[in-house]
Design a protein around this ligand. Structure first.
Ligand code: SF4
Ligand code: SF4
Length: 378
């Protein structure tokens, strides 16, 4: 059984570094250091990991079949601690995902292990479906006892209540997700909604926003983050689902960029840079900026199998065969060979925030000034 981590005394967060409760802040010193460290990264280990901690999920989305997988063996908190410790020199950005991470009773324990083992951890993010607000709130409180520099939580949403219910097979899901948002914002946590656009919901983005605003009057468009559905065999298990209509996506992205206005926060800036390049991706099917996968970032599944990203079903190796050491795996021929294939664009190509954000940061400042993608016509 997991320890009750909410009883731990809170560890003080570094003064300037915390983003909690400062959603309106313009880029600060720590953000700049984070960006420059990431941009200068030279590939001696990952600076960012996306880790799926479990395949277990308590919703049944139509665009994702993770929920239908049998539970796989999962690395335990002690094993994840070992992985984090091995990467402490390079790792500064962590996305912990699933499945639904809060279904793991030891999720907070794993997040705390990351905070404790990674002295340069500048960003800890996890997505959740938010369908169990009290459980989520207690998990977040437990994680905050570790004093993370920056904790960001995204709540998955697929449309207004009826569309959300239809896509997720969950009648009450919308109201529970809203309640989760309100609880976390009340705690001062940087929280936003994440909407994955697919052919199931592309026409309902405005309706989703209106329904949210009815319930959360001070909501703004920058609280709703939008990305485009991708196919992935080893992660979503949704091969063949197809992309939403490109013309409709272009129109949506143009309107979102307009509604969101000029960014006043690092997260809003990244979102804007991401959205501006969606048009380029739709035209070519390739990442619009050089992809940093396997130079600075990678994806790990619940068993410890490492992949270039959550899109490309090309395993590099199993951490269990490398003594749970990322640097050992990073120096393998297989990693180097696959990195060469990423550079040569011999991969499926994608533009998902998990991998696009580190690639954008690595391409700064050209991503900031490039006008490419500003016109999102086909
Ligand atoms: S999209 Fe998320 S909530 Fe939906 S089935 Fe997949 S993992 Fe679960
Ligand atoms: S561009 Fe290729 S390697 Fe990079 S994240 Fe997308 S599929 Fe993966």
């Amino acid at each position: 059984m997991a320890t009750d981590l909410t009883q731990r005394p809170p560890r003080a967060a570094p003064a300037e570094a915390t983003m909690v409760g400062n959603r309106g802040k313009i880029i600060g010193l720590n953000d700049l250091m984070f960006v420059s460290k990431t941009a200068m990264h030279r590939g001696n280990g990952p600076f960012k990991l996306t880790i799926a901690l479990t395949w277990v999920c308590d919703q049944q989305c139509k665009h994702c079949s993770i929920w239908s997988r049998p539970r796989s063996p999962e690395l335990n908190p002690g094993q994840w601690r070992q992985v984090f410790r091995s990467a402490r020199r390079t790792l500064n950005w962590l996305d912990l995902t699933g499945g639904e991470v809060t279904t793991r009773p030891d999720f907070a324990e794993i997040a705390l292990a990351a905070i404790e083992e990674l002295p340069n951890l500048a960003m800890l993010h996890f997505p959740t479906n938010g369908r169990r607000p009290t459980r989520l709130e207690s998990v977040v409180k437990a994680i905050m006892t570790g004093g993370p520099r920056r904790l960001v939580v995204s709540l998955s949403l697929d449309g207004p209540p009826d569309v959300h219910a239809e896509v997720r097979g969950d009648e009450r899901g919308f109201e529970q997700t809203v309640e989760s948002f309100q609880r976390l914002r009340k705690l001062g946590i940087e929280t936003y909604f994440g909407l994955t656009v697919s052919s199931l919901n592309i026409q309902y983005v405005d309706a989703a926003y209106d329904a949210l605003q009815e319930r959360i009057p001070n909501l703004s468009w920058s609280d709703l983050h939008v990305n485009i559905l991708h196919e992935s065999a080893h992660y979503f298990g949704n091969t063949g689902i197809g992309r939403p209509d490109s013309q409709k996506v272009h129109a949506l992205i143009r309107s979102l960029i307009h509604k969101r206005g000029l960014p006043t926060h690092p997260t809003h800036l990244m979102e804007r840079l991401y959205l501006r390049r969606v048009g380029d991706y739709l035209k070519s099917g390739r990442s619009p900026v050089p992809c940093t996968s396997l130079r600075g970032n990678a994806f790990i599944d619940p068993t410890g199998q490492v992949y270039p990203c959550h899109i490309w079903d090309e395993p590099i190796g199993d951490l269990n065969n490398y003594n749970l050491s990322l640097p050992l795996l990073w120096s393998s021929h297989r990693r180097i060979e696959l990195r060469d294939r990423v550079k040569a664009e011999k991969c499926p190509g994608c533009w998902t925030p998990c991998e696009a954000y580190p690639s954008i940061m690595n391409s700064l400042p050209s991503s900031l000034w490039s006008t490419s993608g500003a016109d999102t016509s086909p």
